[in-house]
Design a protein around this ligand. Structure first.
Ligand SMILES: Nc1ncnc2c1ncn2[C@@H]1O[C@H](COP(=O)(O)OP(=O)(O)OP(=O)(O)O)[C@@H](O)[C@H]1O
Length: 328
């Protein structure tokens, strides 16, 4: 990336979204006041169920959809007042390759660069194609490429004008496991080259694998923004299920704790604990159960997955509020 004197070049936030709202014609409120700061050089994953507002948010930042209220700045440029400068900083990888089927890889990438008014730079484009393992295919027509290669062409096009921020909308939707791994490797390599990457995904595994930070959006609101490692620490929560000898009507008062739950049928006790804590509390729990004459015949443990955390977040339950406002 060429050096410049813009704010983000000094280690600030490359994308700053403040109070962003969007109401579509017809009255549907797709974004309800989103605040989000993307740090220069990070990989940020935006997770959310269908219809949560991910594409709307990305489309506004990329200038495809008009914002309602609020502001968005990309590398210091307002996306409305200073659209061309803001847009020039952005590469967008859409889900589908729509046109260009008869063009060669080289021509389509060269054309994309030209669209942004950048001077030709064959050496840069060669590097992009080589990095994406597309160099051998530079003279092939796009229609003759495999699905995975077409996806790479989309990335090459998005990188053709040397953007600072790359948006990937569902980069691995519908691709096989091998290509998904390739894409992950490519995105990591991009980060190494200094590009900030923002991706939307339905695949929690993808966010888990790639992202530095994760944002969860639901019903047009960001319900959580957190470092992945912090989120993974939350994942350290485990559950111990005790199958009781005899069903209990209710938990004795003395054992009442938010961490301990009796199942509806009274046959099981479920204890939730932090597997990474020094003191899980299990020994104490078992001792106290003994004191109350509660015997169990079997026990098992299970670890909650990011998937479960995500589901509880988007249902508005669980510990979803914990990360609210946690972004920088
Ligand atoms: N042009 C439009 N007119 C009216 N409503 C729209 C329009 N575009 C999107 N919506 C609605 O806004 C909501 C958010 O859509 P959006 O595409 O941003 O969600 P998403 O999180 O990207 O979903 P998905 O994961 O399914 O792509 C949805 O309920 C959608 O139906």
């Amino acid at each position: 990336m060429p050096a410049d004197s813009s704010p983000a070049a000094h280690g600030g936030d490359i994308v700053v979204v403040e109070g962003l709202t969007k109401t579509y014609a017809g009255g549907f409120q797709a974004l309800k006041g989103v605040d989000l700061r993307i740090r220069s050089g990070e990989i940020f994953a935006l997770l959310g169920p269908n219809g949560a507002g991910k594409t709307t948010l990305i489309s506004i930042v990329c200038g495809i959809v008009n914002p309602g209220g609020g502001t968005v700045r990309v590398d210091g440029h307002d996306i409305v007042r200073d659209f061309r400068a803001a847009r020039a900083k952005i590469g967008l990888v859409p889900q589908e390759l729509s046109t260009d089927a008869f063009e060669t890889v080289w021509d389509t990438v060269k054309f994309s660069r030209g669209l942004f008014g950048r001077a030709p730079d064959p050496a840069y484009l060669e590097k992009v194609l080589r990095d994406l393992s597309l160099w051998e295919k530079k003279d092939a027509k796009i229609m003759a490429l495999s699905g995975g290669m077409k996806r790479r062409v989309l990335i090459a096009k998005a990188l053709s004008h040397e953007p600072k921020v790359l948006f990937l909308d569902e980069p691995t939707a519908g691709v096989d496991v091998e290509l998904r791994r390739d894409m992950w490797a490519m995105v990591s390599a991009l980060r190494e080259s200094g590009v900030t990457v923002i991706l939307t995904t339905h695949y929690i595994e993808e966010a888990e694998e790639m992202a530095d930070r994760i944002g969860v959006i639901n019903h047009g609101e960001l319900v959580l923004v957190e470092d992945k490692t912090a989120l993974m620490r939350k994942l350290g929560k485990k559950q111990l299920t005790l199958h009781l000898q005899a069903p209990l009507q209710r938990l004795p008062e003395a054992l009442a704790s938010p961490a301990l739950e009796l199942t509806a049928d009274g046959h099981e006790l479920v204890y939730t604990f932090d597997a990474q804590a020094d003191e899980t509390g299990i020994a104490q729990l078992l001792r106290r159960l003994g004191e109350h004459g509660i015997d169990f015949k079997d026990l098992q443990t299970a670890q909650s997955s990011l998937e479960e955390i995500f589901v509880s977040l988007v249902r508005g339950g669980g510990n979803g509020g914990a990360g609210r406002g946690a972004q920088a």
